[in-house]
Design a protein around this ligand. Structure first.
Ligand SMILES: [Zn+2]
Length: 139
């Protein structure tokens, strides 16, 4: 019987910071084969359309991207909300330059991720209900 991995699923966002170079991408398992973790196919894309006088960190913006599995080579679509936080400042020529943390909070995956592997001996009706519940996890 599979156990729910609390450590794996408590990290529900992707955080990037150029200054600290400690990007952490969650070890989300491939929903097709459950053999590998998903990786980014390319950079996650977001669009910031805002008036010039507004600070970037005051708003959230939609993002999307593609993830892929190194084992089965299939793709997963990801979308959600992107935001920026100022986490520190750096002194540069006697000026303070903000250090930004980029936060990608996914809402939807297509196909949705599976919080635990649905074994073949599970009844199909149970698998269907669990799969629909998994799709709501990131909402
Ligand atoms: Zn796979």
């Amino acid at each position: 019987m599979h156990k729910f991995n609390f450590d794996l699923w408590k990290n529900t966002s992707i955080r990037k910071c150029d200054f600290y170079d400690d990007d952490q991408f969650p070890d989300w398992p491939c929903p097709y084969c459950w053999k590998s973790s998903l990786s980014l196919q390319d950079e996650l894309k977001y669009v910031c359309k805002r008036p010039q006088e507004v600070n970037l960190e005051d708003y959230s913006y939609p993002f999307n991207g593609l993830l892929f599995c190194n084992s089965c080579k299939l793709m997963v679509s990801i979308s959600g909300w992107f935001s920026i936080e100022i986490i520190d400042h750096q002194v540069e020529s006697s000026n303070y330059r903000p250090i930004y943390l980029e936060i990608f909070e996914p809402i939807y995956f297509i196909p949705n991720l599976k919080l635990f592997n649905l074994e073949k001996y599970y009844p199909q009706e149970v698998c269907n209900i669990l799969d629909k519940a998994f799709a709501l996890f990131f909402l």
